[in-house]
Design a binder for this molecule. Structure first.
Ligand code: UD1
Ligand code: MG
Length: 448
């Protein structure tokens, strides 16, 4: 049976108090919507339609980048109305539909799979969960035989109904043709005057179709409606990443202080010291060591790569396109951007290496700066294998320092340096014997 997905992302997200549409807020560097799309794809749902608001250009652009279709829900009349707006895009589709809220970033392929399995029993299913704090989730009432009786939205619920802890997880699976018949029949006679998706099961029952209930864990269906819930979801996502990486052999002495991106890749025996932050697009080879207070962040098509056995930090910053070779060292207060550092090279202190290639085994002295930008264009610095760049060298790009060459400390290198040569580009030192003593004596006399 073919599958398609609908993701509801047209709500204003007013509780976020933000100009940014709710589903574009990020968890571990990826928008909420991206998490839901990834989980659906992981569950085998390739074709996905995202429901957006008329002002949702940014959401549509993001969805298109993820190879999703999108439709516009003209007015935000509720989740049932939103799901119904996807009908035009899915006209003639006669398979299984998975419908999910766009604000559930911790959803996994497994729980979506459970929902689809339950759907196969009756033709309609939803995810429910036992909430430790049911807050404003819709409350789920079951029939004695374990099917859904009905969902009561928090705002419509009586006090005894609000005491129920079984809640609606915001993910459903249904036969497509029937589903759109049911959404078309929804009414908005409720506290919020909205067309609730949660009333679809009642429509189904009128046709004799029961709604099966699949149980999900509370974390996987966490809904993000406010900044506080966004922070809570981030915390839960980080906890999940840390546990997975520890299980895969990544060493962390204080995992609760390390922050990962959704796509961080780390090989076995990577060691991450406390207080390290990863942005998206970072790959750590086996045995790499990331020392405290370092910040690593790649960009699309410009990953950060740290090769096996390399050491980064403490207090290092790796930006997009930083590729650190095997056994290389990037030390404290060293920033690397769009630069390839070959095996065994060292930049241990206080340097900026941008738009550069540093050959194998080269040594970059403290205070070395690649002057890569003239305010208009970026230019390249090439440093040969085994070169020794003296402390406080400014390398004015484009410039090449040949293999094995040395630059004298404090040099401003504006011309290429031949392999094995020494380049000195600084004022020559002069010395005036006894000048200091004479100076002090003169000044002391003037003071009296
Ligand atoms: C919804 C459920 C609730 C469930 C909870 C799980 C309904 C009526 N309630 O509540 O039972 O426990 O999710 O997290 O479904 N949206 C649209 N168009 C609209 C309205 C909403 O696309 O007109 C989208 C939103 O962008 C959001 C999703 O639908 O991604 C859910 O809407 P939201 O307002 O977050 O519903 P909840 O109050 O969380
Ligand atoms: Mg919600």
């Amino acid at each position: 049976m073919s599958k398609a997905g609908i993701i509801l992302a047209a709500g204003q997200g007013t509780r976020m108090m933000s100009a940014l549409p709710k589903v574009l807020h990020k968890i571990a560097g990826l928008p909420l919507l991206g998490h839901v799309v990834a989980a659906m794809r992981g569950a085998g749902v390739e074709r996905i339609v995202v429901v957006t608001s008329p002002s949702g250009d940014a959401v549509r652009a993001y969805a298109a980048g993820l190879k999703c279709e999108s439709v516009v829900q003209d007015r935000q009349l509720g989740t049932g109305h939103a799901a119904g707006s996807a009908q035009s895009a899915l006209a003639g589709f006669d398979g299984t539909l998975v419908i999910a809220n766009g604000d559930m970033p911790l959803v996994t392929p497994e729980v979506i799979g459970e929902c689809m399995k339950a759907q196969a029993r009756t033709g309609l299913a939803m995810l429910a969960f036992q909430a430790s704090d049911p807050a404003q989730y819709g409350r789920v009432l079951l029939t004695p035989d374990g099917f859904l009786n009905r969902i009561v939205e928090y705002k419509d619920a009586s006090a005894p109904e609000r005491a129920i802890t079984l809640c609606n997880g915001g993910c459903y699976a249904a036969d497509a043709l029937k589903f759109f018949r049911w959404t078309a029949a929804l009414k908005n006679d409720n506290a919020q005057k909205e067309y609730y998706l949660t009333d679809v099961p009642s429509m189904a029952r009128a046709e004799g179709v029961k709604c099966a209930v699949a149980l999900a864990d509370e974390v996987s269906v966490l809904g993000v409606n406010s900044r506080a819930e966004l922070a809570e979801a981030e915390g839960k996502f980080q906890a999940r990443m840390r546990a997975r990486l520890l299980a895969e052999g990544v060493g962390m002495s204080a995992p609760e202080t390390v922050f990962f991106a959704h796509d961080t890749i780390a090989g076995p025996d990577v060691e991450i010291e406390p207080f390290v932050v990863f942005g998206p697009g970072v790959v750590l080879g086996p045995g790499a060591r990331i020392r405290s207070h370092s910040h690593l962040e790649g960009a699309p098509n410009l990953p950060v790569e740290v090769s096996p056995g390399a050491i980064v930090g403490p207090f290092a910053r790796l930006r997009p396109g930083a590729r650190i070779g095997a056994g290389a060292h990037i030390g404290n207060f060293v920033e690397v951007k769009n630069a390839v550092i070959d095996a065994g090279a060292k930049a241990n202190h206080l340097s900026y290496l941008g738009d550069a290639h540093v050959g194998a085994g080269a040594n970059i002295g403290a205070g070395t700066i690649t002057c890569n930008y003239d305010g208009f264009t970026k230019a390249l610095t090439e440093i040969g294998a085994g070169a020794f760049i003296g402390s406080n060298t400014a390398l004015v790009a484009p410039v090449t320092v040949g293999a094995g060459a040395i630059t004298a400390a404090g040099s401003v290198i504006t011309k290429d340096v031949a392999p094995e040569a020494l380049a000195i580009a600084r004022g020559a030192q002069t010395e005036k014997p006894g000048w200091a003593k004479a100076f002090r004596e003169r000044k002391q006399k003037e003071k009296k």
